[in-house]
Design a protein around this ligand. Sequence first.
Ligand code: MG
Ligand code: MG
Length: 259
Amino acid sequence: MIERKSSREIAKQAQAGAIVAETLQLLADEAKPGVTTGELDRLAEKLIRRRGGAPTFKGYRGFPGSICASPNDMIVHGIPGAVALGDGDVLSVDVGVTFRGFVGDSAVTLAIGEVAPETRRLLAVCQESLHRMIAACRVGNHLSDLGHACQTYVEGEGFAVVRALVGHGVGRRMHEDPQIPNFGPPGRGPELREGMVFAIEPMITAGSHEIRIDDDGWSIYTTDGSMAAHFEHTVAITADGPQILTYGSDGTSVVDRSV
Ligand code: MG
Ligand code: MG
């Protein structure tokens, strides 16, 4: 069952989302060659707690980090640690914050230093695919219209959409119904209604869409070693159209900044 939130609940969730946006901005400012993902994790946790939030991922099924930090051919769910960023890397940082009972969830893939032009294009296409999915978040559309918008655009650009990982409903819990694939035919699945809140998160690669899970039980990589990108916003469906809940107090996010 897809839970629907009241406008009051959505406003609360946007408060959690604002802390997420602030944290992603901090990570974007600090992610440079030589910095480790463990250092980024500590900075993020400190900021989230200073704002009165809790890092949603920490302890989730035993996950040890406050953020997910996934470089290069790692798609998502990377455990922060001793890995230092290098010039030309990309890094997906994914942040979840629980604040006053609600969860905000957002991610961005950052270019570290000078990145190859084709890799930069991969990031730009993933970012645009997120916005095309958000544009499909209108009352009366169907859930699969989101994935269809993503797949047609991304494959038209020559990249692949990961099949095995999906977006999700989000609210008081990080993972609620429905699952939101980033591929598929249009016009299928439940009709979108006011008050639904989705974590929309296209994951795309420069090669095959196949994935493998690392021996650590978390890190998910492309099987062919190709670069991956991941962008995510938490979005409410309202009578006036989609409302992004993971914006900072200034009404913007690094997730939307040009790449
Ligand atoms: Mg996320
Ligand atoms: Mg998510």
